[in-house]
Design a protein around this ligand. Structure first.
Ligand code: SF4
Ligand code: SF4
Length: 240
């Protein structure tokens, strides 16, 4: 059964417990309450602090689930929240992830959220600068499909430089039908020279919910459909 929670922005009362201040011996007493109210201050937070907050929220939900008390009322009062701050909205999504019990559902949620973010970045900002079907990087080549090409021998991939360069089989009507997160994260030299690069460590949901092996899978599984990537991630889901 799913544990429910509410989020209240930029308000709190003095009896609210700061999530960051909770330590080992406080848990027993806190969890006894039917109404659980927590304060989270996003002012001056860095990745380390955000990780600690999420870890503590994860502890709260795990303890509640273990006791089977999913009818508790949990409220997070988030102060200094700025809806225009990408880090803040990513943090809210991280709370959502913690409350998704099934690992496969979690991974699907994270995967879809990150793909939407990357799609928006590439589309809205027109990062690849396509003109007459040619992107910035491939302007002087024959490619009219950007970097959606690979060498025919997929086992050797880019190492098989003598192979035949073919259009990726997942490219349908000029769109990726595979929803491949690794391809979406890829930035060529053209983009890097413009200062554009998407690193896993900079994307909160990928950074905090996946271990190093899973991050490797996310980075390097290019030309691969979502279903296969999710399966690979599930196989390596033991926390590092
Ligand atoms: S990532 Fe680079 S090579 Fe790929 S489509 Fe964009 S500009 Fe072209
Ligand atoms: S899997 Fe990668 S290379 Fe193939 S169509 Fe999708 S984005 Fe392009």
């Amino acid at each position: 059964m799913k544990t429910n929670y509410n989020i209240v922005y930029n308000k709190y009362n003095n009896s609210t417990i700061d999530v960051l201040s909770i330590n080992g011996k406080d848990w027993k007493t806190i969890i006894k309450n039917q109404n659980l109210e927590f304060k989270i201050n996003l002012k001056n937070t860095n990745r380390k602090i955000i990780k600690k907050i999420i870890k503590n929220i994860e502890k709260i939900t795990t303890k509640i689930r273990k006791k089977g008390e999913t009818n508790k009322k949990i409220t997070f009062y988030i102060i200094n929240y700025n809806q225009n701050n990408q880090n803040h909205s990513d943090f809210i999504k991280a709370i959502e992830v913690v409350f998704i019990e099934k690992v496969e559902d979690r991974y699907n949620y994270i995967y879809d959220e990150v793909c939407s973010f990357l799609d928006n970045e590439f589309t809205n900002k027109k990062l690849c600068e396509f003109k007459d079907n040619k992107c910035g990087e491939k302007l002087k080549t024959s490619s009219e499909v950007g970097c959606c090409r690979h060498y025919k021998n997929k086992i050797l991939g880019p190492l098989n430089l003598n192979g035949k360069l073919v259009i990726c089989e997942y490219l349908k009507d000029k769109k990726c039908s595979a929803k491949c997160i690794s391809c979406k994260l890829y930035t060529c030299d053209y983009l890097k020279n413009k200062g554009i690069q998407f690193k896993i460590k900079n994307i909160l949901l990928l950074d905090i919910f996946f271990n190093p092996i899973q991050k490797y899978i996310i980075k390097y599984s290019v030309f691969t459909p979502k279903e296969i990537i999710i399966k690979k991630l599930l196989k390596k889901s033991i926390k590092s």
